[in-house]
Design a protein around this ligand. Structure first.
Ligand code: PLP
Length: 393
């Protein structure tokens, strides 16, 4: 019998990716098939399980996967996934030869990174598949505008030498979750300029890409040849209140471990931040911050138990938290739902994000912990045993 679980609906992921691909197709000029979809599966698939999420996304029509680190990209290859995979964050000295040998696309945002990639390609005897990244205003990764022409020239030379194939030019948005933010248009203009510079250097990359989930959903003019949605693949919207048919894929639930009657005035959990108002029933839920429940959700986040959404009573502990159930008939073994799609009245990841003063991304990604088994449902369910890591289900 299970104690706590993260349920992942793979059909939902497949559905969401299919929807995103339909949107890029609909936005395409006549005669074009529209931008391809790179499903971003970093952060262990935003907590959903990278391999299962990747396969579901490919079933939904994604033709690319985005893995952030070289390690993530290699894990996809080791699992037998042959679709194009892009990695975009690497520190100096991280071995690149295995990635090039495995056909992983790599990103260069500086002369140093280009040099490392060229060196690895020479050792491997295989041209590296390269994407050049421009900082169009995010102020995080990517080459600053002043270094961009030299980076393009260096890449063009490396391509002429046969060390690399420049497959892509790309950038990342800072404020796409605020569709009216002026940074969006400014970044688009800077991206067009950067593309023109690349072209002047003789680069004609097959894939120009800029859009994350928010821009995929709200800015068809930013789709270019490839879009890189992450959070939307998992059914959550980066833009609050957007009317799109995304299906949240994750449900987190646990079975009540202990139920007891306590008198009025009982302090509950560490620090006694909560006191019972009257004689009441407390239910102990066996999930805590070691499992992904944010401690910031103490006294604030809603949990559904016995057909009612109740706020967590007192502090979230490492392994457990308490619900105050009044005189409702709750019993050990009853299922408490922290969040899910919301179809049965349960709270959503958005509700939890609001309660914990964070974003839905962080809520779902936190639940990738080793202790809670991940259970997959859907048309082609993964073998849950193979994917879940440990846990005393
Ligand atoms: C995480 C990430 C994405 C996906 O962003 P979402 O907002 O989840 O769609 C796309 N591109 C890059 C470079 C990223 O780091």
């Amino acid at each position: 019998m299970w104690q706590a679980e993260v349920r992942v609906d793979l059909d939902a992921i497949e559905h969401n990716v299919r929807l995103l691909r339909a949107m890029t197709r609909a936005a395409a000029p006549a005669g074009s098939h529209g931008a391809e979809v790179m499903a971003v599966v970093k952060g262990d698939g935003y907590g959903h399980g990278m391999l299962a999420a990747a396969r579901a996304a490919l079933r939904g029509g994604a033709t690319w996967l985005g893995g952030c680190t070289v390690g993530e990209a290699l894990r996809l290859r080791e699992a037998g996934i042959t679709a194009p995979v892009l990695a975009w964050l690497m520190s100096p000295g991280v071995p690149l030869d295995p990635a090039i040998a495995a056909g992983v696309d790599l990103t260069a945002a500086s002369a140093e990174q280009l040099e490392e990639i060229v060196g690895a390609a020479r050792r491997t005897g295989t041209p590296a598949r390269l994407h050049l990244k421009l900082d169009t205003g995010l102020g995080r990764g990517g080459a600053p505008a002043g270094e961009w022409p030299a980076l393009c020239e260096g890449a063009a030379k490396a391509q002429a030498d046969g060390a690399v194939e420049v497959v892509g030019v790309w950038s990342h948005l800072a404020c796409a979750d605020e569709p009216d933010h002026p940074a969006n248009d400014a970044q688009l203009a800077a991206f067009h300029e950067g593309l023109a510079t690349a072209e002047r250097c003789g680069l004609t990359p097959r894939y120009r890409h800029l859009a994350n989930s928010a821009a995929t959903l709200t800015r068809p003019d930013m789709h270019f040849d490839l879009v890189r949605p992450g959070i939307a693949c998992y059914g959550l919207s980066p833009v609050p209140g957007l009317a799109v048919d995304l299906r949240p894929a994750m449900t987190v639930r646990a079975r009540v471990a202990l139920v007891k009657r306590v008198p009025a005035g009982q302090g509950v959990s560490y620090g006694h931040t909560y006191h019972t108002r009257a004689e009441t029933t407390l239910a102990l839920v066996p999930l805590g911050y070691a499992d992904g429940v944010p401690r910031a959700a103490s006294d604030r986040a809603p949990v559904r138990l016995g057909g009612v959404n109740r706020l967590i009573a007192g502090r979230v502990c490492m392994d457990q938290f308490v619900l105050d159930c009044g005189d409702d008939p709750v019993a050990p073994g009853d299922v408490a739902v922290l969040f899910g799609p919301g179809d049965d009245g349960e709270p959503t990841a958005d509700d939890w994000a609001a309660a914990a003063e964070t974003i839905n991304y962080e809520i779902v990604t936190r639940f990738g912990s080793a202790r809670v088994p991940r259970v997959y449902s859907g048309q082609s369910p993964e073998r849950s045993e193979a994917e879940s890591v440990g846990g005393s289900a």
